[in-house]
Design a protein around this ligand. Structure first.
Ligand SMILES: Cc1ncc(COP(=O)(O)O)c(C=O)c1O
Length: 375
């Protein structure tokens, strides 16, 4: 049977991963500065992680959400401790789209309203509700176009207030730093005003931290820099270091009702073991600090390359904006220098999303290769 052909593929077949590297079947070594799209948070095949999920699958890999699973409580406690956020509860699911879909559903149940405001260049996933609030018409089927969704620009608080005033807005959903959109981040004033307006008009503020969360920016959550308190926070990607797991953190003021959300696989034993291990490694290896410190180093190195016009993002969520379109540059980095990088909606932006325990020497490899390609 053939595979449903939706992905343009690189002619590379990784069969093994170790730390910041993956290896193909011929033994060629690739530096992974993309982390499989911000997923590999603690490095490929981290020994503590391998040990933890191997042990768990040998004991109990799965049972349904109709029985007690203390691993879910353990994960929730660790998440609270490391993130420093108080008075939220956790619902576990399997992916970023599912996390956002659940966030929108909770917001709509809670407010009794049905419209959602999203921002230009936003990406929130591909399932029905979240693709409707994603700024890419090419990936919306006719079926996805019946949701009540309104797009506005970052920083446009006048339009935001005008829309919220209409009284039918269940939620405002935003990425603090846009990932797929090209690493744009609005001002602290904008995020604070948005939070204030959501409160004033009884709409739910949803921070999509699927890509920017879990320590990637050097803060546990990217919104923490702006001193706001979202009503709901969605998480996934780095949460399981490749094991599919996502979640929504929901302000305790929002009441849970049986049947409001549900899932077969979400929060299963194996997923929780992966999630707990990731948090333990983040804490033990002080990875938030590493993410902050390395950003300074990347800025220094990028300043040596005149073709780089701007450095966007924070921590290890980095965009290097060149003065030309980077499609060819990415190919050369991959095929001539064995370095994985990412692209975005901004065609001049090279996206770097490495494991959070990456070291300076790995960035040295990148900048050495960039100098060769650009000279
Ligand atoms: C900010 C953001 N939200 C949601 C998603 C969707 O996550 P998933 O692909 O796990 O459904 C992504 C994926 O790239 C993302 O970057």
């Amino acid at each position: 049977m053939e595979l449903f052909d939706v992905y343009p593929l690189y002619d590379i077949t990784p069969v093994k991963g170790e730390g910041a590297y993956v290896f193909d079947k011929e033994g060629n070594k690739y530096l992974d500065l993309y982390g499989g799209h911000a997923v590999i948070s603690i490095g490929h095949s981290h020994p503590a992680y391998v040990n933890s999920i191997s042990k768990q699958v040998a004991e109990l890999g799965f049972y349904s959400n109709s029985v007690k699973n203390p691993l879910q409580n353990n994960l929730a406690e660790k998440l609270k401790k490391l993130s420093g956020i108080e008075d939220y509860s956790l619902f576990l699911c399997n992916s970023g789209a599912e996390a956002n879909e659940n966030a929108l559903k909770v917001a709509s149940f809670h407010t009794g309203k049905d419209r959602v405001i999203y921002f230009e260049n936003a990406f929130h996933g591909r399932t029905s509700g979240v693709v409707a609030v994603t700024d890419n018409e090419n990936i919306k089927a006719p079926f996805n176009q019946h949701h009540q969704a309104t797009k506005i620009a970052f920083e446009d608080t006048d339009t935001l207030e005008k829309e919220l005033k209409k009284g039918d807005v269940a939620a405002v959903i935003f990425e603090v730093i846009q990932g797929v959109g090209g690493l744009d981040e609005a001002s602290t004033e904008f995020y604070q005003k948005t939070a204030e307006l959501c409160k004033k008009y009884s709409s739910v503020l949803i921070a999509d931290e699927v890509q920017s969360g879990y320590g990637r920016t050097g803060d546990f959550f990217a919104f923490q820099k702006h001193n706001i308190r979202p009503d709901i926070i969605s998480i996934a990607k780095g949460m399981g270091n490749g094991f599919p797991i996502g979640g929504v953190l929901i302000d305790k003021a929002i009441e849970a009702k049986p049947g409001m959300l549900g899932t077969t696989f979400g929060g299963n034993h194996l997923a929780c073991a992966a999630g707990i291990s990731v948090l333990e490694v983040i804490e033990k290896e002080n990875l938030l600090k590493n993410a902050s410190e390395l950003f300074g180093y990347v800025k220094e190195k990028a300043a040596e390359i005149p073709q780089i016009k701007k450095i966007k993002g924070r921590g290890l969520m980095i965009g290097l904006e060149f003065d030309f379109e980077i499609a060819q540059l990415r190919k050369e980095l991959l095929y001539k220098h064995q370095i994985f990088t990412g692209a975005s909606a901004n065609k001049k932006l090279l996206r770097i999303l490495p494991p959070l325990n990456i070291k300076k020497k790995h960035f040295d490899e990148l900048f050495k290769a960039l100098k060769i390609v650009l000279n």
